[in-house]
Design a protein around this ligand. Sequence first.
Ligand code: PLP
Length: 400
Amino acid sequence: VSTWANVVEGPPAILGITEAFKADKNPKKVNVGVGAYRDDSGKPYVLPSVRAAEKNIFSRGADKEYAGITGVPAFTKAAASLAYGPESTPLKDGRVCITQSISGTGALRIGGDFFAKFYPGEKTIYIPAPSWPNHKVLFTNSGLKVKEYRYYDKTGIKLDSAGMLEDIKNAPQGSIILLHACAHNPTGIDPTAEQWADISKLIKEKSHFVFFDMAYQGFASGDINKDAAAMRQFVADGHNVAVAQSFAKNMGLYGERVGAFSLVAESPTEKKALDSQLKILIRPMYSNPPINGALIASEILNSPELTSQWLGEVKGMADRIIVMRESLKSNLEKLGSQKDWSHITSQIGMFTYTGLTPEQVARLAQEFSIYGTKDGRMSVSGFNSGNVEYVAEAIHTVTS
Ligand code: PLP
């Protein structure tokens, strides 16, 4: 008998959208399931600032030595400044503890494991319903209990603000609350500045701890400061937050796996303790992180010229997505759709939560070769000037 005879095949890790898309022979097929940016001809996009940074690194003849456990220091320093803002008080105080991570997922996992080991209160993390599907499994595997707070109002295709506040209020004092810093995945719906202020105040009253998942800084609005505003407001309100950063989307460094996990400490002394425990936690996981992506991000963030070039390119990606939202909505209206599609343009980031039912999503795939997720989420970056009319016609057909 084989050692692994007891292992049964599990469900696919992600639904087989890409496989179904690949197998489809229809030349008009559209993949709106992808979580990665595509340019207006539907191709992956390597940012010119990234190419320039790679060239610099190569011509310098950079070596391939190990980084330290917490990664490339020039990178983490710049990443902290990007997230918290160069004028941030805790940064100036020297009490932000940061480590490089295997992109956003790795940052969330380091956070989850750190909470499981050291969080003094009840080790329960509250995530929005719905959330990025990996959150629940990831934190469960870290050893945390995972519960949900209401987030999405299905009827209005908007934020369930009252439900969210009520659930945060009813969570036991000192719980961990996960917030999407911007461009909530999958809904594309973010709280307004006023709603964020209410959330911050309530969380303070309840002595909850906040963990920000910031996977889309700059990618949502095109402005890195605007996208970090909520998180920075929480820090200014006195929350000693944890933050997971990813450079997958905003630098297009998906496969390079570059990110960072940070914690705001109460004092520089406390920071030293946290730093040492993060190293003790990470060392047996993977010893130290890969350097290539971190060198690229560091090259961009530490050169004023490359930084400003990159900011323009981030804005270019965000703007294309915003234009595609407008185009989809106006095409639906032109076709005479009587439905309210205003959420397509009020939502932000990579995805639009269309409000389509699973049956309508299935029809889009079967009749039009348009492949999205069952929950009606579509990646706006799958749209381009060549297919947006076709997608609008298809959506109109299945919704009328
Ligand atoms: N968090 C959210 C909300 C995401 O949407 C993603 C990616 O889609 C991630 C985290 C992690 O991405 P990565 O590990 O590629 O940085």
